[in-house]
Design a binder for this molecule. Structure first.
Ligand code: ZN
Ligand code: ZN
Ligand code: FE
Length: 759
């Protein structure tokens, strides 16, 4: 008899619902190992018996070649007494005290399932819920851990004998695929008219006729309409009362994406990735597409590929591109329920394509662009990414960070990893606030953590901060908004030492009660210091200015150029009534009573409106996005600016720019792309020069870039290369959004450090 050994192996990470146990089963067979593998709420546990060299090779292969969707965070092994197992088996799940397992995000349909979907011989031919261990729904159907069918919304669909046989067979691709289903036993789709009556039409025919169809997908309802039919898209806008906010489109395949957009290899990879996000791409001119109603005023288009079998079935030879937009009314919660959809969308959708599998965790499509240099730039981190953990360089007792009021996400920490929720939207909307509460309870259960500390934005009026202040069972840490942005960028880049932060943002409450947003900070997770900021200007009207860029244009023109500025405003600005102008002027003249702001976002608004590009934001950051869209890359000329020092704090003043900017536009007829390019380059030069001064004072050479304004590619890529040319080490966001969707990560990192050691 050969010498045998026994080991208990524990694997943590994303190891459930990703084909891990059948992989272990096959590996054990290869290595002649006996014993068992089991899912537990702590991760995967294996007992392995065999020759010492076999066990060694077994563990090595688990580490080196895990299944494609698995993410291994930790493997521990211990030697145990031999039991003498005669075979290797997969055991039923056990529930243990401490839950360390990570739930997988939803995974786009895999190639094998897609092949079967269109195979007339296959028993799942055109079945909209085909899936396997390598693909299918995960997070959106999970109620609790461990990830087992009875704890998902598949619980109400008992498997038929054929599906059960696949599920029980370790050699089958559907072995322990929790959502495994077929036309005989699984969820079903139905087409309903707007009164909720079942109808028997061909969905492709309806789409070709320009009908608007509400579709229940994976994480929410979409509204779909033929994207080549301008009239139908315009009708969708009219019914949805959505003036100009760009729609995303879903295309049949990658080849179709290339017809409408420029797609490089990195962008291709992200489009086809298991997360299958919406990727914002540079659009091509294509007269087929109803571009002027799909993404008016923008040179980019958000594209995604069909990520479920259900979406895949929407396309055929005639239908290759569909507008696919979230069905919820702007700022309201995602629609996930059939009855709610029929009620709320009765005046918008002509037909409803629904199914009977419950959406447990609402989750919107993720949105990203791929820049710079092939790196992911998250704009909305949701389906396909949530609830994956992000390793952070602080490991303490669990913290709950509640984010901000806009694009709210919360973040829970557990053992050196941060778990961000999907965005809940605007927290001043009660429905979103309720979803936040439900989502938070579910995350706590999934992660099995009870936070010790709660981290919140110091803003006096954020709804979510008010709620957090009432949670007196937790230790509270109030955090400045831009300190949180800085810490978020530090945390995801695993930085620990003090850095400089250039934060270009919309609005955050400052420690001096001004609205900050164009800041250079130095700081770490403990503390920060403000070293430079954009010149303060009066901010009469506060938050309402973010909806009306033309107000910011007048504020800037008058604050910088006085009466002359007001004259220019009267001559060139549109959409600002005389009486409103007079009130603003009066308020500025008595500005001691008013708020001040250093917001970079509002500066973009002001410039966009002053140039006549966009006076009124019908969606967030519209004016800034349209200004960016016009901008010519590679312009090296800059407008005048100044930097002065006041008590050790630099004032970065764009005031000197305004006279020349207005002359370029209205006297010298300089083309808008040049003016926009010059404006972007001016900010690049201004921030770079200020950072060089700050580096001289502090000796710090690492710079993190954060804040919502960095969703602007022209600015971000300009800053990165300018700073790198000056020898700075530059870090930017690649895992969470630069905007407020990412601040809960920074809050969590700061509060973790303040909270101290792990018990
Ligand atoms: Zn599959
Ligand atoms: Zn079945
Ligand atoms: Fe912010």
């Amino acid at each position: 008899m050969h010498k045998r050994q026994a080991a208990r192996i524990r694997v943590n990470g994303i190891v459930q619902g990703v084909g891990f146990r059948p992989y272990i089963y096959r590996l054990a067979a290869q290595e002649h190992i006996t014993g068992w593998v089991q899912n537990s709420s702590k991760g995967v546990v294996i007992e392995a018996e065999g020759r010492p060299e076999s066990i060694e090779s077994f563990i090595h292969k688990i580490k080196q070649q895990p299944p494609p969707l698995a993410v291994i965070r930790e493997i521990s092994t211990e030697t145990i007494p031999e039991v003498g197992y005669s075979e290797f088996v997969i055991r039923q799940s056990a529930r243990e005290q401490e839950q360390l397992v990570m739930i997988s995000p939803d995974v786009a349909i895999c190639d094998d399932c897609r092949r079967e979907l269109f195979d007339e011989e296959d028993r799942r031919y055109k079945y909209p819920f085909i899936n396997c261990t390598n693909c299918g729904p995960r997070y959106t159907i999970i109620r609790d851990v461990p990830y087992d069918r009875h704890l998902t919304s598949m619980a109400s669909f008992p498997m038929c004998p054929s599906c059960q046989a696949e599920y029980d067979d370790p050699r089958n691709r559907r072995f322990h695929a929790q959502p495994n289903a077929c036309p005989d036993c699984g969820p079903q789709v139905q087409l309903l008219d707007c009164r909720g009556q079942k109808v028997n039409y061909d969905i492709h025919q309806l789409l070709m006729e320009g009908k608007i169809i509400a579709i229940k997908g994976l994480g929410a309802f979409h509204l779909a309409v033929d994207a080549t039919n301008a009239q139908a898209v315009a009708e969708l806008r009219r019914r949805k009362r959505r003036d100009t906010k760009p729609f995303a489109v879903m295309v049949k395949d990658l080849a179709t994406a290339h017809e409408y957009c420029f797609v490089d290899e990195y962008e291709e990879a992200w489009l086809q990735s298991p997360a299958a996000p919406i990727v914002v791409l540079h659009s091509k001119y294509n007269e087929q597409l109803a571009s002027s109603v799909i993404h008016p005023g923008l040179n980019t288009l958000g594209i995604m590929l069909p990520y479920t079998p259900l979406h895949t079935l929407l396309f055929n030879d005639q239908i290759k591109v569909l507008v696919m937009t979230s069905a919820n009314i702007s700022d309201e919660p995602l629609i996930t329920d059939n009855q709610v959809a029929l009620e709320e969308l009765k005046d918008i959708a002509d037909y409803f394509w629904v199914h009977n599998r419950e959406i447990v965790n609402p989750c919107d499509d993720s949105v990203m662009s791929v820049f710079p240099q092939g790196s992911p730039h998250h704009i909305r981190r949701a389906r396909g990414f949530v609830p994956r953990g992000i390793p952070i360089p602080v490991n303490t007792d669990p913290v709950l960070a509640v984010g901000g009021d806009l694009k709210n996400t919360f973040c829970l920490t557990r053992r050196g990893e941060a778990y961000l929720s999907q965005p809940w939207g605007d927290m001043t909307h009660f429905g979103n606030y309720q979803r936040f509460q439900v989502g938070l309870e579910r995350f706590k259960r999934m992660l099995d953590v009870e936070p010790v500390t709660i981290a919140l934005d110091m803003h006096p009026d954020y709804q979510v901060s008010r709620w957090a202040r009432q949670q007196t069972q937790y230790k509270q840490v109030e955090i400045q908004h831009h300190h949180a942005h800085l810490a978020a960028a530090m945390a995801e880049n695993e930085l620990r030492q003090e850095v400089l932060g250039l934060i270009c943002d919309g609005a955050g409450w400052g420690t001096d009660k001004a609205i900050w947003g164009g800041e250079i900070l130095r700081g770490d997770y403990h503390q920060f210091q403000r070293l430079a900021h954009l010149n303060y200007i009066p901010f009469p009207g506060g938050d309402q200015n973010s909806r009306k860029p033309v107000r910011m244009a007048l504020i800037y023109l008058y604050s910088v150029m006085g009466e002359k500025g007001w004259q220019l405003a009267q001559k060139y600005l549109t959409g600002l009534p005389q009486d409103e102008q007079e009130i603003i002027i009066q308020q500025i003249n008595h500005s001691r009573n008013w708020l001040f702001t250093s917001s970079c976002g509002r500066l973009f608004d002001a410039v966009s409106a002053a140039l006549g590009i966009c006076s009124w934001n019908s969606y967030e950051a519209q004016a800034a996005m349209q200004l960016e869209a016009l901008g010519k890359p590679g312009v090296s000329e800059v407008y005048p600016y100044s930097i002065s020092c006041n008590n050790g704090v630099y004032n970065m003043d764009t005031g000197p720019m305004w006279t020349k900017l207005m002359r370029d536009r209205y006297t010298d007829n300089v083309p808008l792309p040049i003016i926009s390019g010059k404006f972007h380059q001016t900010l690049v030069a201004l921030f770079t020069e200020a950072l060089i001064k700050v580096r001289g004072d502090t000796g710090l050479n690492q710079v993190v870039l954060s804040g919502g304004v960095f969703h602007n590619r022209l600015l971000l890529s300009g800053i990165i290369s300018a700073l790198q040319n000056q020898g700075f080490e530059v870090f930017y966001h690649q895992q969470v959004p630069a905007g407020d969707g990412g601040i809960s990560l920074g809050q969590a990192a700061i509060a973790s450090e303040v909270t101290g050691k792990c018990a």
